[in-house]
Design a protein around this ligand. Structure first.
Ligand SMILES: [Zn+2]
Length: 279
């Protein structure tokens, strides 16, 4: 089987060379043409493929799917970043444990489904909700913008709750950090992040827990939110970069081009920033 494959490739090379020799005077060129991710020898006139070699056809007629397609898929170079994007773009602002917001950001807020969000993402979120609706999924916005002051309040309240059960302040703070991000380190301060579930999950539990990730709504979000410019900001397997566990409900607006690039390349926003810095 393997020998047959080599024979075909060898014959292909021979055919390209021979056709080039014979066709040189007729301005006809034989070359390897990309076909569905594979290279196939073909005779061309300018950019037009005149003929391919019939004996190679059988090998390439089958669609390139599965593992075989993956093996020959071209490697995307890191220079293939979306055009015109820089890490300093407003929609790519990085907020995490290492990049806290120290002063209250000035965000122009608008109301969306009873929550506040940055005005810049209103249209995109409207688009996302409409697209979900078309797919039979009714999204529910749980949370949008949160000021540092509000986060501080939530944070202190939670610490006080734990202290009341007998924990030391340090212990209480440690416990609180498992559920709440420290004031200044939450993406919700930017107004570009939203927590979203659907009405089915809202009725069933309504809680922002990992189990939401296996629902139809969460799968739909992971697949289609990028088309509206949103990413699952804390995906599975990226906790080492984000310092935050898998959160299938937490969407972050980054713009359509970046959202699609991040998703296709399985990158966290932290990795994307790194790639943009190196470019
Ligand atoms: Zn969130």
């Amino acid at each position: 089987m393997k020998q047959k494959k080599y024979q075909k490739v060898f014959l292909g090379i021979l055919a390209v060379m021979l056709a080039n020799l014979l066709g040189a005077s007729k301005k006809v060129m034989a070359s390897w043409q990309p076909t569905d991710g594979l290279m196939i020898p073909a005779v061309c006139q300018g950019n037009k493929v005149v003929t391919t070699f019939p004996f190679m056809q059988e090998k390439f007629d089958r669609p390139a799917t599965g593992a075989r397609a993956k093996a020959v898929a071209p490697v995307v170079p890191s220079s293939d970043l979306p055009a015109g994007v820089t890490k300093d773009d407003w929609q790519l602002q990085l907020v995490n444990r290492d990049h806290p917001v120290t002063t209250e950001p000035t965000v122009q807020l608008v109301e969306f489904a009873g929550q506040w969000i940055a005005a810049e993402i209103f249209d995109s979120l409207t688009e996302l909700f409409a697209a979900a609706n078309k797919a039979g999924i009714n999204l529910v916005l749980i949370s949008g913008y949160r000021s540092i002051a509000h986060q501080e309040e939530l944070f202190q309240d939670k610490i006080a709750e734990y202290v009341a059960t007998g924990l030391s302040v340090a212990e209480a703070r440690g416990e609180t950090l498992k559920y709440l991000t420290a004031p200044g380190t939450s993406e919700h301060h930017t107004g570009l992040a939203v927590d979203v579930i659907d009405d089915v999950w809202a009725k069933e539990s309504g809680e922002l827990v990992t189990a939401f990730g296996s629902t139809e709504a969460a799968e739909w979000l992971a697949q289609y939110a990028p088309a509206a410019g949103f990413i699952i900001r804390y995906p599975l397997g990226k906790t080492a970069d984000t310092y935050i566990e898998y959160e299938p409900w937490h969407l972050r607006y980054v713009g359509v081009d970046s959202a699609q690039y991040l998703t296709e390349n399985n990158l966290s926003l932290e990795e994307y920033h790194q790639r943009l810095s190196e470019n």
